[in-house]
Design a protein around this ligand. Sequence first.
Ligand code: GTP
Length: 319
Amino acid sequence: MSVFSKIKEAFVKSEDKDKYLSGLDRSKKSFGDRMRALSNNFHGIDDDLLEQIMVILLESDVGIHTAQKIVDAFESNGKHVKDYDSMLDYLISILYDFYDESSDEPIKINEEGPTVILMVGVNGSGKTTTSAKLIQYYKEQGKKVAVAAADTFRAGAIDQIDTWANRLGVPCIKGKMNQDPSSVLVDACRYAKENDVDILICDTAGRLQNKTNLMNELSKMHRVVQREIEGAPQEVWLVLDATTGQNGISQAKVFLEATDVTGIVLTKMDGTAKGGVVLAIRDLLHLPVRFLGLGEKPADLRPFDINAFLMGITKGIEE
Ligand SMILES: Nc1nc2c(ncn2[C@@H]2O[C@H](COP(=O)(O)OP(=O)(O)OP(=O)(O)O)[C@@H](O)[C@H]2O)c(=O)[nH]1
């Protein structure tokens, strides 16, 4: 079976396919629909086609460095491609190989006690909303969930997550405005241990004042959580706003230098045509994309699925 057939088969079986299709509609317009337009004038893989694919990738926010690598891979192995349809199948399989999910570790779960997930990222990236979405996601999996409101910096952040926690029926461990976020995390870890919580989601502050302060704050959070629960934090997820595209990647690099990030959550994918940023993130940050935010409601989060993503951004091709 060809790579493309496998992608398509996995997509058809996916429970999340409708959500991916609706959430990625804008990216489909910038990528899939524009690829489809190339069928009118297809003469095989020539310089003109390569240039057009390059432009479409750039306009989907894949970024020049990553787009060049993809076009090079496409060109060097594409001798067998004779018609437009097989060219598209082949391009999708190149993107699939490029993402290379086989190198990803599964999400770490602590079997002995609470699994601690630290949410980091700049203010406004969607951290608090994503924390709420994760509460719902893990609750639906039958897990006992609690949340720590450790963003003690932004006015309103504590109330925002507290309100979500109440609505979703999970405990919220919170501090006061301007309290040291690490002290909130200590209380939350102790609560989680005493109450047999499976998943503790920690909404932290997104201050990007300067790298040294950010590093100090994040390493302190790591330290205190580690002291309370062995092996914690099991996951540190950097929340990035997809609508900021390549700028988000520069921001991400500052966080990566400051702490051990284990995965990316890409929010607001429904609000952007820049879905190609997934490929740039993978190429430049070498981290797994763990979840996609495909809307504002708690139910609008989906585990990242490369098959569904690729079919979501190219579905227009099929119609
Ligand atoms: N359309 C859409 N909007 C989203 C998504 N995720 C978050 N938002 C919106 O983005 C805005 C910012 O989200 P917040 O969760 O408050 O951002 P934050 O990073 O927690 O911000 P701070 O609390 O300031 O750190 C809100 O209006 C959210 O509703 C998403 O996946 N899709």
